[in-house]
Design a binder for this molecule. Sequence first.
Ligand code: ZN
Length: 263
Amino acid sequence: MRAYRLKFSIEEVRVGAGAEGNLLRALRYGDELSGTYVVPSSTWKGVFRRVSENLYGHSSAVHDGAGVGDEVREALEALRKKLKDARTAEERRRVSYEVLSRLGEVGAVMRHSFPLGQAEGSKVERFVGEMAKVAEEWTCPLEATYGTLYFAGAVTFSDSVLRPLEVSLTSHVSMDRSTGRAAEGNLFQEERVRVGSVYVTVVLRREDVTLELWRNTLRYMAYVGTGLGSGKSRGAWAVLDASESQEAEITLRRPEWRKLSLG
Ligand SMILES: [Zn+2]
């Protein structure tokens, strides 16, 4: 298991919190005077996933189960035969449990994802096919890192508490396309939180298939960066500051933080 303390340089952030009349608010916990502006973990996960998806070059819809390894393929083949021979729901549950228990962690995911006793007759093919799909996703760097409907991803992000240097409102006008003038009543204001930098803590629990994509994602964040939040301004571009970021192996001892290495 690894942990990261990442520092991003970014001029200003507005994670959308909806509109109050014509005012686009930045997400904040608490009231206006003493409240805390934040970047929630879900925003970080979305931003990182988008970068990883672009680097890995596939959408999450590509998995059909044809790419599983020999061990899983043979186990599911055996399961298919046993399910066709089984007479009762109890027997189907038992043989499913037996076969899937031999497949370690991914077997446990499959056992918990589907009702084991129900696959009989014509449902067997579909049941085994879904299992293969889950097993394939389990070994896909993208799904393993960010998770699917059936299992949690390897990576967890913290919320970031912002330390604003300044909070300001910027006025925008939406133009009326037919007249080329400011549309009446379409003045709006955007709340902007000037920060300079944002910190996020990340834990990576699984490294077997995730580490390479994860490192490439960090590299991209450092060399190119990413838009963060829903602000429209150029200042809402976040770039990972590798020299001020850290990583640590997490063991039972106290973690030893060292400078982030992008390899
Ligand atoms: Zn995938």
